[in-house]
Design a protein around this ligand. Structure first.
Ligand SMILES: [Zn+2]
Length: 278
């Protein structure tokens, strides 16, 4: 059990899972808030929770489960911008965007961003390569539309919108890092790749600074600099796995306690405007 709370800003629920047991396991790992990201029709059919199911889970476990509503911005049936207000009224505190029919930065999506900014609903954006499914053509799935840098105009034109860049954005990881460096309200969640060692090692490689770096120096230990804008998220694996992998990463880069607190919960609490006293 960690000495600090954990906010999981990016998790999914799967049909058939024992929700009560899952919530128990999360609490044991120290998770005080679990942002459950709803998904659209394509991924609902693969077993993920959609808006309706996430709404039920929020009602069942209102203290821990935070609903992040899905907006359909790709595929054959699209949502209207008013969907943002509807989700807010239902109690969703944020949104999830994935598989858009055009790059995230396309102006046709601006009305969604404008509403989310006004309603203070943070958006978790899937970035980079996305898993492959046989029905991808029906839904116009194209990882290129989720290239991290397509979020640059979103951050620029909607400066108060909290943007969470989910996954390092493979193969454009440096674009994600550049966005969190330049945009005050852009953050990055490191989840992905089932939290495997392979995934973690790719992140380590990406965050590595100069050779023989002074690990306390932000100009030399790049990870220390970037991790101040990162947030804890799990995607699909259990929180306990991502907690272990996070500690491995933080220890590898000799990350100080203050930055760990930002990563595990403080950044996320600020993103949502939650007043949490550990
Ligand atoms: Zn996800």
């Amino acid at each position: 059990m960690p000495e600090h709370p954990i906010i999981n800003i990016h998790g999914h629920l799967h049909r058939g899972e024992d929700l009560k047991k899952l919530v128990n396991d999360m609490s044991k790992t120290g998770v005080i808030k679990f942002c459950a990201l709803a998904l659209g029709k394509q991924l609902y059919e693969k077993g993920y929770y959609d808006n309706d199911l996430v709404l039920q889970a929020m009602k069942e476990f209102p203290d821990i489960i935070v609903g992040m509503g899905h907006i359909e911005v790709g595929g054959p049936v699209l949502d209207k911008p008013e969907k943002v207000e509807e989700l807010k009224e239902l109690g969703f505190q944020g949104l999830k965007f994935i598989n858009p029919g055009a790059p995230y930065g396309h102006e046709k999506f601006y009305p969604f961003y404008e509403k989310a900014e006004k309603l203070k609903m943070p958006i978790v954006f899937h970035t980079g390569v996305v898993s492959v499914n046989t029905d991808d053509r029906i839904y116009n799935v194209n990882s290129e539309y989720m290239r991290p840098f397509s979020l640059d105009p979103v951050c620029r034109y909607f400066p108060d919108l909290k943007v969470i860049i989910a996954h390092p954005g493979e193969p454009y990881q440096q674009e994600s890092l550049t966005l969190i460096e330049f945009h005050k309200n852009a953050f990055m969640c490191l989840s992905g790749g089932s939290g495997s060692d392979f995934h973690i090692n790719k992140i380590i490689k990406q965050l590595s600074g100069i050779e023989n770096a002074d690990m306390k120096n932000l100009d030399e230990n790049f990870a220390l600099f970037y991790l101040k804008k990162c947030v804890f998220g799990t995607d699909n694996p259990p929180a306990s796995l991502w907690y272990r992998q996070s500690i491995k990463l933080l220890d590898y880069f000799k990350i100080d306690e203050e930055t760990r607190q930002l990563y595990f919960w403080k950044n996320s609490a600020n993103i949502f405007g939650w007043n949490i006293k550990p």
